[in-house]
Design a protein around this ligand. Structure first.
Ligand code: SF4
Length: 531
């Protein structure tokens, strides 16, 4: 078991992935509802981004939690491209979308560079014809193997102005273990070719806290990356998501991920130090750019927080944020193709945030940008931020995670290293219970981590602030525990350990939580539904 030490404000470090997407769109949605929700027209000139998911990959990386499929001769590529184009056409017919101005187009995946040139050209030309583009950044994601000189030349001529690829690590042993096929020489060659073809804007992704990645290896990775002088670096923390090969390897004891929260956080701080000293400007929790470059997809949190930006996601499992409402597309390849064929759209789930959840969302997104801005909060909600989140601010200040600033509060260096863990303190009971229902009804397709599975129970059941925020459905909780029991043989040990660690995380002992529960039961605010 791990324990909280004076240098770690939390005993457990939670992965950074997806927290800023709170609340995840996990409630079921019909095609009729989707059309109705988008029937109105947005304010004049709302800015928007278009993300396309191209889900085919040459080989599958062991850690990857994204919805993707290995490309084989039997992959339904033609049917998928046709469906994707039809989805774009259906979006373009909506009055809401017709009023949007797109300043960012992102071909992501999966591996867009696995797609044949003729399909890329068809999709690209369709986008130019259907949507209003305003000086767009147009990014093409690819893997080193399929970013051949011919492919790079072709997409440059087509009109792409930015490239992005996932390096993850330069360490050859680690690369082998993660099934990352290209070598360091291949990475150098690819970057040089891209520059010769006119791609000055070439972004690299790196990952830290990989299994077996010591701090020395991580430091070498950062230094090697900066020597290549990419326009930007996205730094992601390893997320041990279920349904990945890495998850199985760690569960079977073949690979080990460190659980020491202090070391995990130190690796983040190391990235901040090395990248700052190499001239990179930190834009948010994940993104660093060289001067004059930007990452419009990942560095738009403040616009999303202030609802000044819509995201249209096309392709399977894509995320959209339209008119203040988040949506997820169908995640299975065959069902996505069928849905588009029958309905034109593939959005299958959404979440309509309550006013209180919109405030929480504001706070969670603010964590990504390191600033809790008092004036912006007041302008958005006509409420006093300090009074609304008094408890959270008091607790964060006490733990030296935030400090007062002229505009509100700013994250300290310690806070920046723990921002993703802080995010969950803003979650609410209603949302956590909706997540549990989504899991039980198999509506959540995004890769969830075990940590998150247990968090949902523990935060709902044992976090006193959350207990006081809304009613708890004990029947749902029991069903959820049964689900864990079925899917994880070590569930009881895991649950007890998580409970112990969380009690340290939030400086409350379990008896204290039970007391709150008892009080709330007496007040009739906990109810039990039939299981
Ligand atoms: S990391 Fe990229 S290339 Fe690897 S499996 Fe995932 S989507 Fe495919």
């Amino acid at each position: 078991m791990s324990f909280r030490t004076p240098s770690t404000p939390y005993a457990v470090r939670l992965p950074n992935m997806g927290k800023h997407l709170y609340p995840l769109p996990i409630n079921p949605l019909s095609t009729g509802q989707f059309a109705e929700l988008l029937s109105n027209v947005p304010r004049e000139r709302t800015r928007a981004q278009l993300y396309l998911h191209l889900p085919f990959c040459q080989s599958i990386c062991t850690f990857c939690l994204i919805q993707k499929y290995q490309l084989t001769l039997r992959s339904p590529v033609v049917a998928y491209v046709t469906a994707l184009k039809n989805e774009l056409i259906a979006y373009a017919q909506l009055p809401y979308v017709q009023n949007l101005r797109f300043n960012n187009i992102y071909f992501g995946g999966g591996t867009p560079s696995m797609l044949e040139d003729r399909y890329l050209a068809e999709i690209f030309e369709l986008i130019q014809r259907l949507f209003t583009l305003e000086d767009p950044q147009i990014t093409f994601e690819g893997n080193i193997q399929s970013l051949t000189p011919e492919k790079i030349r072709f997409i440059r001529r087509l009109g792409f102005n930015r490239l992005s690829t996932g390096v993850q690590t330069f360490d050859s042993d680690l690369r082998q273990r993660l099934n990352l096929v290209p070598t360091e020489d291949d990475i150098h060659r690819c970057l040089n070719t891209a520059r010769e073809e006119g791609f000055d804007d070439f972004n690299l992704d790196l990952m830290f806290n990989l299994p077996g990645q010591t701090t020395a290896i991580w430091e070498r990775d950062l230094l090697k990356a900066t020597e290549l002088c990419p326009s930007g670096l996205d730094i992601y923390e390893t997320v041990l998501a279920q349904r990945t090969r890495l998850y199985g390897q760690v569960k079977r004891g073949e690979l080990a991920l460190t659980r020491d929260p202090a070391q995990l956080a130190r690796n983040y701080t190391l990235a901040e130090e090395i990248l700052a000293s190499s001239g990179y400007e930190q834009k948010n929790l994940y993104v660093w750019n060289r001067r004059h470059f930007e990452n419009r997809l990942m560095d738009s949190q403040d616009q999303i927080r202030d609802q000044e930006l819509d995201i249209i996601g096309a392709g399977l499992s894509s995320y959209s944020f339209i008119n203040g409402i988040p949506f997820f597309n169908e995640a299975s390849l065959s069902t996505y193709i069928q849905r588009i064929c029958h309905h034109g759209h593939a959005a299958v789930s959404f979440y309509r945030p309550t006013p209180s959840q919109m405030m929480r969302r504001f706070m969670i997104v603010s964590l990504q940008t390191f600033v809790f801005d008092r004036a912006r909060f007041a302008a958005a909600f006509h409420e006093d931020m300090d009074a609304t989140f008094f408890q959270e601010f008091a607790s964060f200040t006490q733990r030296r995670l935030i400090a007062h600033s002229h505009d509100g509060y700013r994250l300290t260096p310690l806070g920046r290293a723990w921002a993703s863990t802080m995010a969950i303190e803003f979650y609410d009971t209603q949302y956590l219970q909706d997540v549990m229902r989504g899991r039980l009804e198999k509506r959540i397709a995004v890769g969830m981590t075990r940590e998150e599975e247990y968090d949902h129970i523990l935060f709902t059941f044992f976090h006193p602030e959350i207990i006081l925020k809304g009613p708890i459905d004990l029947g749902l909780l029991l069903k959820y525990i049964r689900l864990l029991k079925r899917s994880d043989p070590g569930w009881l040990r895991e649950l007890v350990q998580s409970l112990w660690e969380r009690s340290w995380n939030y400086r409350r002992f379990p008896w204290c939580h039970y007391l709150f529960l008892g009080l709330r039961m007496l007040r009739g605010r906990i109810f039990i539904r039939g299981t």
